[in-house]
Ligand binder design. Structure first.
Ligand code: NAD
Length: 308
């Protein structure tokens, strides 16, 4: 397979590029990334010189560039996005232009080319919050922050290309990822680094918001299976069953780093902070996938990565 991976210098995208090149010796990957503050070529250390890999610095909103790149491609995996909820609350414009308009540009280019798969990488946040039970792929979308709204917009646009143009679209919605190569603005890497250097760990509100956490390598394995074996036109949730309050995550990090609980500082809650996300995962499990890492195993690896 020859795969265009957009956003492949970011957290999940770079882990996915490494995964594909490690696991599929006949595959070739082109990584397209604009190298925003969130992306770094360092995340691709070890594959930059691989003859099966090419790195292109560029923007998914650049129609001419993406049209050129998709010319000789079997599949597109679209990770490229503005991904930080807090930043989307401060200013949503880049979220709309990259997450929605960028996806539209890729869909248009894919539609003009002859591709076998368009995998749109989405998030559990598009469903909105759920206090009891879990979201299935058939539930309606109810995004409640600008980041989630732009991801939902991209999902709907991608689905409309499948319906109206017969574009071979698949969509994945994963819970919170953690692991190596994540930008330190995100909760787990930030708290590991703060705990290690004796700085405060700012926890939103009462710290009781619940998220489901998946180790990034488990997510990459699931994405790879869906890319190759998923049914075109379908949506796949990817969850881990590892539900944790933010406070539990914070305490686990303090424990792992051997730092003191009094570093926890409660700060004003995020505006519109969703209380809980949770996903049903029967569809992806029917493809033979299960998470391999418990939250604790993933956290141990993640702490080792950031401290070394
Ligand atoms: P990230 O912010 O670490 O990486 C995003 C990458 O996209 C960066 O390398 C950035 O340079 C690149 N990028 C941004 N705008 C671009 C543009 N206009 N053109 C080309 N490249 C651009 O994000 P992440 O956490 O790796 O998330 C990747 C994808 O997975 C996103 O679509 C996100 O919505 C989705 N997702 C993330 C999580 C999570 O927990 N991190 C969970 C579910 C879904």
């Amino acid at each position: 397979m020859r795969i265009l991976v957009t956003g492949g210098a970011g957290f999940i995208g770079s882990n996915f590029v490494h995964h594909v090149l490690d696991e599929h010796e006949d595959d070739e990957v082109i990584t397209l990334d604009a190298l925003t503050y969130a992306g770094s070529k360092d995340n691709l250390d070890g594959v930059l010189d691989d003859p099966r890999h090419e790195f292109v610095e560029g923007d998914i909103r650049d129609h001419d560039l993406v049209t050129d790149l998709v010319d000789d491609i079997d599949a597109i995996v679209n990770f490229a996005a503005e991904s930080h909820v807090d930043r989307s609350i401060e200013g949503s414009k880049p979220f709309v232009t990259t997450n929605v308009q960028g996806t539209q540009t890729l869909l248009d280019a894919a539609n003009e080319a002859d591709i076998d798969r368009f995998l749109q990488i989405s998030t559990d946040e598009v469903y909105g919050q759920i206090l009891d039970g879990k979201f299935s792929e058939n539930d309606s979308l109810n995004p409640r922050n600008p980041y989630a709204a732009t991801k939902a917009g991209a999902d709907l646009l991608a689905q409309s290309f499948q319906t109206t143009h017969d574009l071979p679209v698949l969509i994945t919605r994963t819970c919170n990822n953690f692991g190596p190569r994540q930008h330190p603005e995100k909760l787990i890497p930030k708290f590991i680094q703060n705990a290690d250097s004796g700085e405060e760990l700012p926890v939103y509100g009462d710290g009781l918001n619940v998220r489901e956490w998946i180790y990034v390598e488990d997510n990459c394995r699931a994405l790879d299976i869906i890319l190759r074996e998923g049914d075109v036109g379908d949506v796949y949730n990817i969850g881990s069953y590892a539900e944790k309050t933010n406070l539990e995550v914070t305490e686990a990090i303090l424990d792992a780093v051997d730092a003191d609980d009094d570093l926890i500082t409660f700060v004003d809650d995020r505006a519109g902070h969703d209380q809980r996300y949770a996903l049903e995962t029967e569809k992806i499990e029917a493809l033979g996938w299960k998470p391999e890492y418990t939250f604790e195993e993933g956290l141990e690896r993640t702490v080792n990565y950031y401290l070394n």
